[in-house]
Design a protein. Structure first.
Length: 266
């Protein structure tokens, strides 16, 4: 037998031994796994309390995982629900207004920026000056989206929710009055109706505040127009001093009425 023949034969024996060993190990491993499964099944069948404990633990773990995933998803959605906008992303005029209002009314610039952007969008749709819309928010609520008067006017623009409940239906109902963007949109619709009925901006503001049939609106119209003038100058880039005292919440009784007979908030 030549050396090459002996080498080839030895190599084949070596490979055969390895293959046989691997087969035996694998076979024995599967056998042990099968025995373990059988033993587990027999144990769980004979001891139902063990099976119950295992099921309870598994269900608890799955519930924890589900809750964790829901919480994670809710956290991701929170940023979408927030009424906030980076003021640096706004056009210059809007950013000027947002920063000025933020300083004057002690409100964070991000939510104010979102309201400024909404006022400009709503004003364009309604053909109203956006700074007028912001001025009404300032006088009515001081930019508190949860403000409520003693007669039920609610939200940023102090809309009488009960009087204008129909306007909230497309937004999900009356509780949407406390959603800042919704309140602005409904308030703008009410303001439009008041101006159209009165035939002038000043008359519309008297309707809006519920003083259409009164000689004096308590200075409401002058307050709104004065704040509107300041905001127009701020938007144009002029330096307007910020008063240390914010405009007080309007307390004149009103209805946001669309009829000319209302003289007080309902």
């Amino acid at each position: 037998m030549t050396p090459s023949t002996r080498f080839t034969r030895g190599f084949r024996i070596f490979i055969g031994d390895i293959t046989q060993g691997f087969f035996e190990i694998t076979h024995n491993g599967f056998a042990l796994l099968g025995l373990a499964v059988v033993f587990s099944v027999l144990t769980l069948t004979a001891r139902p309390e063990i099976r119950l404990a295992g099921e309870t633990q598994l269900i608890g773990w799955l519930q924890e995982r589900q809750s964790a995933m829901k919480g994670f998803a809710a956290n991701l959605d929170a940023i979408d629900r927030a009424t906030a906008t980076d003021p640096r992303s706004l056009p210059r005029q809007q950013a000027n207004v947002a920063y000025w209002l933020s300083r004057k009314y002690n409100v964070a610039p991000e939510p104010i920026s979102a309201l400024v952007a909404e006022a400009y969008d709503a004003g364009a749709r309604a053909k109203l000056d956006p700074t007028l819309i912001l001025a009404i928010m300032a006088v009515e609520s001081g930019f508190n989206p949860f403000a409520q008067s003693n007669v039920g006017a609610q939200g940023l623009m102090q809309v009488m929710t009960r009087v204008h409940s129909d306007k909230y239906q497309s937004f999900g109902g009356e509780r949407a009055a406390f959603d800042p963007v919704t309140n602005v949109r409904v308030g703008v619709k009410v303001l439009q109706e008041c101006i159209a009925k009165a035939g002038s901006l000043e008359g519309g503001l008297k309707f809006y505040v519920g003083a259409a049939n009164l000689d004096d609106d308590g200075g409401y119209t002058l307050k709104v127009l004065a704040e509107n003038s300041r905001l127009q100058q701020v938007a144009a880039g002029r330096s307007i001093p910020v008063s240390n005292t914010s405009t007080a919440l309007n307390t004149l009784p009103k209805t946001n009425a669309t009829s000319g007979t209302s003289t007080a908030r309902l």
